[in-house]
Ligand binder design. Sequence first.
Ligand code: UD1
Ligand code: MG
Length: 454
Amino acid sequence: RPLLSPAPPLPALHSSLGFSIIAFVAALYLVPALGGIMVKANLKGRDLLKTYDTPIPESLGLVCASIYILLLILFIPFPFTSWYNGHGGNSSGSKTREGLSINEFPHHLLSLYLSSLLSLLMATMLGFLDDIFDIRWRHKLPIPIIASIPLLMVYYAEGGNTHVVVPIPLRPILRRSLVNLGPLYYLYMSLLSTFATNSINILAGINGAEAAQALVIALSVVLNDLLYLPWPFDFRIPLHLLGGQKEVDVGGVWAAGMAYGSRELVERHLFSLYFMLPLVGVCAGFIYHNWYPARVFPGDTLCYVTGMAFAVVGIQAHFSKTLLLFFLPQIFNFVLSCPQLFGLVPCPRHRVPRFDANTNLLHPSRALFERPPSNLSTLVLRALSLLGLAELTVHPRTGQILETTNLTILNVFLVRLGPMNEKRLVQVLICTQIAGSVFAFVVRYGLAGLVYDG
Ligand code: UD1
Ligand code: MG
């Protein structure tokens, strides 16, 4: 692979930073300005955890998604500037600084870009339809899978890798260090898109939760991308040392990742930055209005668009496993929610914590069994209760489960830490998300060296 000599980040990155500032300012101004229109269109909701019932404009995620996608479309020409800067018509056959053949337009980058936009548009449409019609679970789950097909096709066309590195302890069993997952890898990537879109949506219901999750994940992805740019100094060295590795230049699970400075790798992480920086801008502008006490709600549109943006960069820039590490709180919340999502335990329309108007505190909310729970449900709930993740109310004589706290991470916080107000709960959520990201970086750049080698 051609190596880039250490050079400052490419010029399009500066434009992308500019676009993200525009995104921030646009969200800051347009979200409150368009709230009234949403209310007129009957897109409004009651804040469930307040004493007042003033209608709050809902679905402002549509405004965020519009700003985001329009800016991404305006940005399309920028990553290609080095191609037109005097190189377009030249046929001398020499190479540009980035190692591109002069006459060769980087079509693969353009298709990467356009297919990603297509998936983001699909996510916006799905989210907005969900806001209007409250689509059923079984109907909305497959749509992000279909929306990911353009991404997968581009991945395939690029000769996308479907191998995974086997951890050292498993090698004697599998007798190899690389396993080709083939079509299963594509299945995994398409499931990633439906997971990313839905997992933020089900960790919601308190002011600022959705936007804050998206903001922390986006910032984590940005930080991870920055590690791969051709800086004059390898920022990853302290991270390796953190993991206690003697050798800085290890390969292994990140064999590709460690080809430090390879053009392809820099390109992929730049691509990810182009999609993440404006998202950070939009979410930061939006959260200002969505912060406790919320003046606007994001609706499902924001959850779907941000989730799809993460799936897009994870797939296209080939760091889906690292991305999943940034989703640890969402994975926990999803796994915990499974008994309710898949019908083992009753799932009320809203699983948000219960609000006590007298004390202004939130308490765990509960799901009531109208019929006696099955043996499997009882077993699952007893296990969760043993782990301290659910609080059960049982019949004093028969021991039958009558009620359980709703199975969400927000209720777990309240069960473990006791009642607290809404602002504190969202702060706890943000701290957890940040702690998850710190853990992700340690696992990715430190501990990975213990289970993977060169
Ligand atoms: C998901 C959750 C649901 C949770 C809801 C809250 C699952 C399976 N579904 O449903 O349990 O109650 O999100 O968003 O886990 N709201 C607030 N404060 C907020 C944000 C939202 O009170 O900060 C309320 C408002 O009434 C708003 C409504 O939630 O109108 C939006 O709910 P919606 O996004 O449609 O719910 P779902 O995504 O279907
Ligand atoms: Mg929602």
